[in-house]
Design a protein around this ligand. Structure first.
Ligand SMILES: NC(=O)c1ccc[n+]([C@@H]2O[C@H](COP(=O)([O-])OP(=O)(O)OC[C@H]3O[C@@H](n4cnc5c(N)ncnc54)[C@H](OP(=O)(O)O)[C@@H]3O)[C@@H](O)[C@H]2O)c1
Length: 336
């Protein structure tokens, strides 16, 4: 075949195929927006979001970019004002009264309990057809408590923690783990797909939360392991680049690829804080205790992250655990 005939094949087949593929992708996305709007309309006409921290605000932006109507509540109302296009609600209850689906992204058990069971909480809306998807990382005990409280009201409650950070939330690329009734999961699936391209149904509550705590424990322990390797190498005057090069000839390459640059970068805006990492480790330890299961590495990592938090790294990205272990001061690059 001559070069000209190759070009002919490309012009005649490849380009039209590529164009068709683009049209199909666009149609798929328009169909999904239409479907979500329809489903949203049947559920109250909007997507409700409670908690506009890093994750909640990234998800709100994602919904707005999909053309969905968003009604939100945040403890600190100023954060809502920064999100143009989001309709503010004065209480979590109002969000539940206006929207048929409520996504929750607050810090911990205490915050989740107050937005769900507080006097002006979601459950006070008393809407039996409501879908509540809690994406907060909580304890299994909390998840069960909320599931049972919702069941008494006839409200659908999904234990739906997510893996991935604000960047993935903004693009709808989180891994969403879901436990609850399968029927509820199937009903909520098109809405959950706004959050993540992988939505996994894992069984009864609190299975999703247990898996989330197990995964996060591995992330935080791995970050501590790498930080200690770097501290050991530094203490003996070994160039960290040489350590990286050697370790990258083994399967540890994945660990270095994931964290090394992030750990050494001078300006790393937090996507997941050390304080929240300590919370997840404490929840994992507590979950182990509930099943008489010792988790010594989780306990050790918890102490390390707590110590880092006490030293002033609490609101830094969790990769800054390396700075703490390497003995750097939190103020070194505006951290704290
Ligand atoms: N960031 C991540 O990469 C990531 C990934 C997966 C899962 N998660 C989980 O997702 C949840 C949110 O994380 P995030 O990074 O978005 O946290 P964040 O930026 O610290 O935001 C926390 C949110 O919780 C609210 N909040 C805290 N205490 C409260 C209380 N007592 N009552 C009501 N609201 C309260 C905060 O309100 P104010 O604005 O008023 O402080 C804020 O909206 C956490 O459970 C976290 O573990 C995070």
């Amino acid at each position: 075949m001559t070069l000209e005939s190759y070009k002919g094949v490309i012009y005649n087949y490849a380009f039209p195929l590529q164009a068709c593929y683009r049209v199909a992708l666009r149609a798929k996305s328009l169909w999904r927006i239409g479907y979500c709007n329809l489903l949203g309309a049947s559920l109250g006409g909007c997507i409700g979001i409670i908690g506009l921290g890093r994750m909640g605000s990234a998800f709100a932006r994602r919904c707005l970019s999909l053309g969905l109507k968003v009604v939100a509540w945040n403890r600190t109302p100023e954060k809502i004002e920064k999100l143009q296009g989001v309709e503010p609600a004065s209480t979590p209850r109002e969000v539940a009264e206006k929207c048929g689906v409520v996504h929750i992204f607050v810090a911990d058990d205490e915050a989740s309990r107050s937005v769900l069971r507080g006097p002006e909480g979601v459950f006070a809306a008393l809407r039996s057809e409501l879908i509540v998807a809690n994406h907060t990382t909580v304890t299994p005990a909390h998840s069960l408590e909320m599931y049972r409280a919702a069941e008494e009201l006839g409200t659908i409650y999904l234990d739906a923690p997510v893996v991935g950070g604000p960047a993935q939330a903004r693009l709808g690329q989180l891994l969403v783990l879901v436990s609850g009734s399968r029927e509820a999961y199937e009903k909520a699936l098109p809405l959950l797909k706004n959050l993540g391209d992988t939505v996994m149904y894992v069984g009864r509550v609190p299975t999703a939360t247990v898996i989330k705590l197990a995964i996060n424990s591995m992330f935080f322990i791995s970050a501590q392991t790498l930080s200690e390797a770097m501290a050991l190498a530094s203490a003996w005057g070994v160039d960290l680049e040489v350590l990286r090069e050697a370790a990258s000839r083994t399967w540890l390459k994945t660990l270095f690829d994931k964290y090394y640059e992030r750990m050494l970068s001078k300006d790393r805006p937090p996507s997941f804080t050390i304080r929240l990492a300590a919370k997840d480790l404490a929840y994992a330890e507590q979950a182990g205790y509930m099943r008489n299961t010792p988790l010594p590495l989780v306990s050790t990592a918890l102490q390390t992250y707590l110590e880092a938090s006490r030293r002033g790294y609490g609101s830094s990205d969790y990769s800054r655990i390396a700075w703490h272990i390497l003995g750097k001061e939190p103020g070194a690059s505006g951290e704290g």
